[in-house]
Write a protein that binds this ligand. Structure first.
Ligand SMILES: C[S@@+](CC[C@H](N)C(=O)[O-])C[C@H]1O[C@@H](n2cnc3c(N)ncnc32)[C@H](O)[C@@H]1O
Length: 213
């Protein structure tokens, strides 16, 4: 009787040991996969370790309708254009085909390399479409009389201040999906997620103009 109890207890503890070892490897595998996926996500979608957390913007490509709406609000304009966070370069290519001299600022190295290869592939010269791996918050935007923006609501107020300080009189800013909180817009185009707004620096109210300077 004692022997059979011993055997039962031994079997039970072997089963428990096997179960807990199995569980531990499941937990290890799960956390390894999770860490890997998170690492890839952080590297690809949320790069820019030096960008303060409150100013971080993930990669979300704009759709065809949104891009077309931006181009409509740039009709009749010319000169230099900066796309703040150019992603895979789609907006820059569209604008350079319309004759703008474009600079795409992009901190995601994968997207930056992809846009540059795409430019080579399309035969677009750097004078028409130049992709720079720079944080646009640290860039001087004064040479640009056209700026396109597809970022997040959280950064729009801070961006208003930077742009009003740096852009020349006569500059136009076209903003996708999330409008500026304080600036009056000149016109808009599209509906829902594809909606875009155009702002002319000359119409930004003067008291706000001088306060930001
Ligand atoms: C919402 S996506 C827009 C991409 C592109 N403009 C489009 O319309 O498809 C925002 C892009 O901005 C980039 N980005 C975010 N913060 C940036 C920064 N401080 N400097 C440069 N690029 C930035 C992201 O990596 C991402 O590719």
């Amino acid at each position: 009787m004692d022997d059979s109890v011993d055997v039962m207890l031994q079997e039970q503890s072997t089963r428990l040991l096997y179960f807990s070892q199995n569980n531990r490897s499941v937990a290890l595998w799960t956390s390894a996969i999770f860490t890997g996926v998170y690492g890839l996500w952080a590297m690809f979608v949320m790069p820019g370790l030096k960008v303060p957390f409150r100013l971080k913007v993930p990669y979300v490509p704009s759709g065809k309708a949104q891009t077309m709406n931006v181009m409509k609000l740039l009709e009749g304009r010319e000169g230099r254009l900066a796309d703040l966070g150019s992603g895979d370069g789609r907006l820059v290519f569209e604008a350079s085909s319309a004759g703008f001299k474009c600079t795409g600022f992009e901190i995601n190295k994968v997207l930056l390399a992809y846009s540059r290869v795409r430019a080579l592939w399309r035969g677009t010269p750097p004078t028409q479409a130049n992709f720079v791996g720079r944080d646009f918050w640290k860039a001087d935007l004064s040479p640009y009389n056209n700026v396109t923006v597809f970022l997040t609501p959280a950064v729009m107020e801070v961006l208003e201040e930077k742009l009003v300080r740096e852009l020349p009189e006569g500059a136009r800013v076209v903003v996708c999906r999330f409008p500026f909180p304080r600036w009056p817009h000149t016109c808009c185009k599209g509906e829902g997620l594809d909606k875009v707004w155009a702002y002319d620096i000359s119409t930004v109210p003067k008291p706000y103009h001088s306060k930001a300077q």
